[in-house]
Design a protein around this ligand. Structure first.
Ligand SMILES: Cc1cc2nc3c(=O)[nH]c(=O)nc-3n(C[C@H](O)[C@H](O)[C@H](O)COP(=O)(O)OP(=O)(O)OC[C@H]3O[C@@H](n4cnc5c(N)ncnc54)[C@H](O)[C@@H]3O)c2cc1C
Length: 558
């Protein structure tokens, strides 16, 4: 058995930021990750990270207001204030740790414009900001002496006397199952993009963290709020960063029109993501698309700017769509990108289960509400990663380890054996995963309605049944990726159900949740969060008020 003060599940930006601050707080810290740390999805973040730096003439209150408006007034304003107030010092701290942010002509940290914001406040490293941040944080946790369990899969949280006391984990290389004791556990296991097919997310984004918390009884919040990003490539769904529009790219329909002038005359292509995605989908549905897409045109930006600031997407467009961005527009469409909801926490990362924290995309503080602003997620991972690490370290000081033994892993060992014993009459994980992804993308995308969502819920419940007899072809223990993917699929089905149930419940349109049958926002009834909790009788729904500090809900236009 292994033991640590603080165990962090996930080595993306949230997990590593939490590890660093918990270590600086004097705790014995371990990070566990199912992939090598720098292969976490944070690595793929392109566009940048938001902060209002005062010496650059910006004000955190303006950033907070843009975030509140972007969230369609569902974000908790007290939490948004914390995030925006601490953004500047966090970005500067990262610069001091060694992140080589792109500079302006005068040699100061440069900014680019991002959607839904009144000011250019997105700091960036060309179009690979996430990679730059992630590598620097990895160096820092190595230096600080954080233990990393790399390519280990967390299977279950251990709950003892109503408190989180550690986790059951599988070493992927050997297939051995172990118990890790911890006084505090932080879930930083990232998003669930792959519950939808296609998605901009890496294949490893399977919502394990949300599933782990949900199974342990901690509620998930705002799960109906799924972001469809306006610019994803046809077919593969690979992301073209919002940084492209930030640098001035145009959106065109089949008639060559910059159609955003009809939807968001002031901010045009840089309106909030939900607004731009709805506009694109409306154009496509009205027959003004091209093969299910609209066009992103960057030709007028010029080769020098594109090669300097958008080099990665130049390659992506060439490799995945066979398009040379310098010479022709690229077909794009709205695609699944981000989960605003997650494990409900407070501003210190504490969930409703003592000893259990969450941060990053797996968590819901809630700072994004109904729609996340581009470049606010990297910020969320760092600010709330750091805060949860600090709090967990402090809490662990006053606490003793629970008395656990290896039998805590017996349930998971038996579960794995059952999966391996399943006969060949069931589907393999891939078919179930694809059927789930397609049903979610068909019915929980940009436009939703009751009948569609009910049919998706039906599908998910049938898939749960099929999952019981899922067939794992590889019976070995060494590097059994077939088994790993099958275990991930179990978590994905939890998330799919939570998303669908919450979406059916919210009978209005707000942020990313747009219903054809309830087209208006209804502040009277629905200015509240929806929570889903697993109980013995199945999933149960609950509500929480939205925290409002200084910004009363208004009509939202861009
Ligand atoms: C293509 C793309 C571009 C983006 N660009 C931007 C951007 O420019 N700006 C912005 O603000 N946001 C952006 N985002 C969103 C942002 O990158 C993510 O929300 C954020 O990086 C998530 O970080 P995280 O630390 O929460 O999770 P991740 O980086 O996804 O890390 C999750 C970690 O959890 C581990 N893990 C998961 N499950 C288990 C398990 N069962 N056992 C063990 N380990 C587990 C993984 O191994 C991994 O280490 C982008 C997202 C994508 C997909």
């Amino acid at each position: 058995m292994y033991s640590h003060d603080v165990l962090i599940i996930g080595a993306g930006l949230a997990g590593m930021r939490a590890a660093l601050s918990a270590r600086q707080g004097g705790a014995d810290v371990a990070v566990i990750s199912k992939v090598h740390p720098v292969r976490s999805h944070s690595n793929a973040a392109q566009g940048g990270i938001n902060a209002a730096l005062e010496h650059a003439g910006d004000d955190w209150r303006d950033h907070a207001y843009d975030t509140v408006k972007g969230s369609d007034y569902l974000g908790d304003q007290d939490a948004i204030e914390v995030m925006c107030r601490e953004a500047g010092s966090e970005v500067i701290q990262m610069e001091h740790y060694g992140v080589t942010f792109s500079r302006d002509e005068a040699g100061r940290l440069g900014t680019r414009a991002f959607g839904g914001q009144g000011k250019a406040r997105t700091f960036f490293v060309a179009d690979f900001t996430g990679q730059a941040l992630l590598h620097v944080l990895y160096e820092q946790i190595m230096r600080a002496g954080v233990r990393v369990y790399e390519e280990w899969l967390v299977l279950e949280l251990i709950i003892e006397d109503g408190e989180c006391a550690g986790a059951v984990v599988m070493e992927i290389r050997s297939g051995d199952v172990h118990v890790i004791r911890a006084k505090a556990v932080i879930i930083a296991a990232g998003g669930l993009g792959r519950v939808f097919e296609p998605s901009t997310n890496a294949l490893v984004c399977t919502g394990d963290g949300m599933g782990l918390a949900y199974r342990a009884g901690a509620p998930l919040m705002d799960m109906e709020m799924v972001q469809y990003h306006p610019t994803t490539l046809k077919g593969s769904g690979v992301l073209i960063t919002e940084g492209a529009r930030g640098e001035g790219a145009h959106l065109l329909n089949s008639e060559g029109q910059r159609f955003m002038e009809r939807y968001a005359p002031n901010m045009m292509e840089l309106a909030s993501r939900d607004v731009v995605s709805r506009a694109e989908q409306t154009e496509i549905n009205a027959g003004r698309g091209i093969d299910g897409c609209v066009l992103l045109d960057m030709r007028h930006l010029g080769e020098r700017l594109i090669r300097e600031r958008l080099t990665q997407i130049l390659d992506i467009a060439r490799d995945f769509a066979n398009v040379n961005l310098l010479e022709e527009p690229v077909p794009i469409r709205p695609g699944m990108h981000y989960q605003m909801g997650g494990v409900k926490t407070d501003v210190d990362g504490q969930t409703q289960l003592p000893g259990l924290y969450a941060a990053g995309e797996a968590a819901c503080v809630s700072v994004h509400g109904g729609n996340r602003l581009g470049a606010n997620s990297l910020l969320d991972t760092l600010v709330f990663g750091r805060r949860s690490g600090e709090h967990a370290a402090e809490m662990s000081r006053a606490k003793a380890q629970k008395d656990l033994d290896d039998s805590a892993a017996d349930g998971q060992k038996a579960h794995i054996q059952r999966l391996l014993d399943n006969e060949r009459n069931g589907d393999m994980f891939g078919q179930i995963r694809l059927d789930m992804g397609r049903a979610m993308n068909d019915h929980l995308a940009v436009y939703r309605n009751q009948a569609g969502m009910e049919s998706a819920l039906d599908t998910v419940r049938q898939l749960r049944e099929r999952y019981r007899s899922v067939y794992v072809q590889d019976k070995g223990r060494t590097w059994n990726t077939n088994l790993v993917f099958t275990l991930e699929l179990g978590f994905m089905l939890d998330s799919a159900e939570a998303i669908t149930l919450s979406a059916i419940e919210r009978k209005e349109s707000r942020g990313a949740h747009t219903r054809e049958d309830y087209p208006e926002r209804d502040d009277e009834t629905w200015m509240k969060h929806i929570l889903v909790r697993q109980t013995q009788d199945g999933p149960a729904l609950d509500y929480m008020p939205v925290a409002i500090t200084q910004w009363e809900p208004q009509v939202r236009s861009y």
